[in-house]
Design a protein around this ligand. Structure first.
Ligand code: ADP
Ligand code: ZN
Length: 514
């Protein structure tokens, strides 16, 4: 459809003057009947991407959402805009459910929101309704590789078989490359078009601190901002409660939030936080999905997060109004050990451990943190951000162009099919089996870096990953791949600045934790 017509619909039905980035492109893609995967940060405006097409299509749009608590609000706001919508979930009586299903059959509704567990209620109506679009919100929940896996999502793959000619729109605010591939495969999307909005949130400052006496650091931090609300993310329920108590003792209006608390208490805390009665929520990652509060001024990670996807999602809850907001991550060796244990005992241990390792590399990094985050999601930027602790206090750099050229050409010679340790062995001219079994000793570049220690090569490669020249393919045995940026170094003479390797020994800074 033309921009003019779509804009008119946007204005008429939702009251907005123009589209946000990617909204129009996504809408056109769906209207042309293609499967679509939309990756857009929270607050980016995902809903319009299926709500507007729902008005254009003749049939019904099914919206799958895990957030039962939010369905009512969403449906109410659609109705307020004069759009017929309903939701079906387990909170309703069977009469209510039947009432809505009848409305669907009578084509009285344009959109129906349904929880994945409740899709079966619709099953017998399916044969009598025209489904024009299926939107799957929070689509990362289908991937056990992501950070918020929900078993109820795993069955959604059948929708494509059930409605082969109906376009599916999968939406999420958080998915790295591995998770994207997984979403698309599990939903059986047919060569989906993928839209990735910019994830850059310039208003969020980024900082990593050693977890030395972190309770005191947090108390001091909050004391400096008496009227600003924020979230402290903790790994365990126990820590949320203990920290809350300590903050309350110093007079801070703090509340704990985790999945083990009664749902009434949880929603009360949520309401108080939104209405600014409660200043600080000490929470597990159970807190936040779907919480719409624009003036969260800071987010602290008391513990190291499990992976960058989760971390980025959580800091993204700060500063949705676009005003400057702070984020602080406390890094502790003890956390790393504990998280490694969890990851190795859980599902997909290998992938989870690799993602955790990447998280640690971020925390230890000596280059612009925003660059690392953005390149993790496939967004390559050449400028440093100026709003992270590394940019504000940069370490000493040296010209690492030759090192970078050697490393990247090694990755290329090995056909991007080896993980980091083999690349280092190759560069150093090692004679071990991982090299000789594959005849790598006969390739060019073999042994060109024998003068640099194993440890240093390892660190340089991590710096190159952090700078966005190469990346780790988590879903392919952690093989190192080149990014389009690598070409600039290999062929276009781009200079690379590296930092001298220093044994980062944050363990020393570690003291007993709460
Ligand atoms: P997401 O689901 O990506 O977190 P929403 O769809 O809830 O985001 O949209 C976030 C906010 O932005 C909502 O208040 C919505 O009304 C608003 N919004 C969405 N699209 C536009 C637009 N084109 N112009 C202005 N505001 C918009
Ligand atoms: Zn920076």
């Amino acid at each position: 459809m033309t921009t003019q017509i779509l804009r008119a619909k946007l204005k008429e039905n939702f009251g907005f003057e123009k589209f946000r980035p990617n909204q129009e492109e996504i809408i056109n893609c769906i209207l042309s009947g293609k499967d679509t995967l939309a990756i857009m940060p929270t607050g980016g405006g995902k809903s319009i991407c299926f709500q507007l097409p729902a008005l254009v299509f003749p049939g019904i749009t099914i919206v799958i959402s895990p957030l039962i608590a939010l369905m009512k609000d969403q449906v109410d706001s659609l109705k307020a805009n004069g759009i017929d919508a309903c939701f079906i979930n387990s909170s309703q009586s069977s009469e209510e459910q039947q009432f809505h299903i009848q409305n669907l059959k009578d084509n009285k509704v344009k959109l129906v929101y349904v929880a994945p567990e409740s899709l079966s209620f619709l099953e017998n109506a399916f044969s009598q309704i025209t489904v024009s679009l299926i939107a799957i919100d929070e689509a990362h929940c289908i991937s056990a590789w992501g950070h918020d896996f929900r078993p109820a999502y795993t069955n959604l793959g059948y929708l494509k078989n059930r409605f082969p000619s109906t376009p599916i729109l999968a939406l999420t605010a958080t998915a790295d490359k591995a998770t994207r591939t997984d979403i698309s495969e599990q939903l059986n999307l047919k060569s989906p078009k993928i839209f990735i909005s910019s994830f850059d949130r310039k208003n969020l400052s980024l900082e990593v601190r050693p977890a030395l006496d972190r309770v005191k650091q947090i108390i001091d931090f909050i004391k400096n901002k008496p009227n600003e609300s924020g979230i402290v993310y903790c790994l365990s329920r126990k820590t949320t409660e203990e920290l809350t108590e300590k903050l309350q003792k110093t007079g801070v209006k703090a509340k704990a939030y985790h999945a083990g608390l009664d749902s009434k208490i949880r929603s009360k805390t949520q309401d108080e936080f939104i209405s600014d009665e409660c200043q600080v929520v000490c929470a597990t990652i159970a807190f936040g999905m779907g919480i719409d509060k624009s003036n969260v001024r800071w987010v602290i990670h008391y513990n190291l997060p499990k992976n960058i996807e989760g971390y980025y999602q959580e800091i993204g809850r700060a500063g949705r109004d676009g005003l400057p907001s702070e984020t602080v991550l406390f890094e502790s060796y003890g956390d790393m050990i504990q998280l490694q244990k969890f990851a190795s005992e859980g599902l997909n241990a290998e992938v989870q451990l690799a993602k955790l390792e990447r998280m640690k590399q971020y925390a230890d990094a000596l280059s612009c943190r925003r660059k690392i985050l953005l390149s993790y999601f496939g967004e390559l930027v050449s400028e440093n951000c100026g709003n992270c602790d590394i940019c504000k206090n940069p370490p000493a750099f040296f010209d690492g162009t030759i090192i970078a050229q050697k490393a990247l050409s090694a990755v290329a010679r090995l056909q991007e099919s080896e993980a980091l340790p083999v690349i280092v062995d190759f560069l150093r001219g090692s004679k071990n089996a991982s090299i000789y079994d594959k005849g790598y000793q006969n390739l060019k570049t073999y042994g060109v870096g024998a003068d640099i220690s194993w440890y240093d090569w390892n660190q340089y490669l991590i710096q190159l990953i952090n700078l966005g020249y190469c990346e780790i393919a988590f879903h392919q045995q952690n093989k190192i791949k080149l990014t389009p940026f690598a070409k600039k170094v290999l062929f276009d003479g781009e200079k690379v600045k590296l930092t001298t390797v220093q044994k980062i020994n944050k363990e020393k800074a570690e003291t007993k934790t709460v």
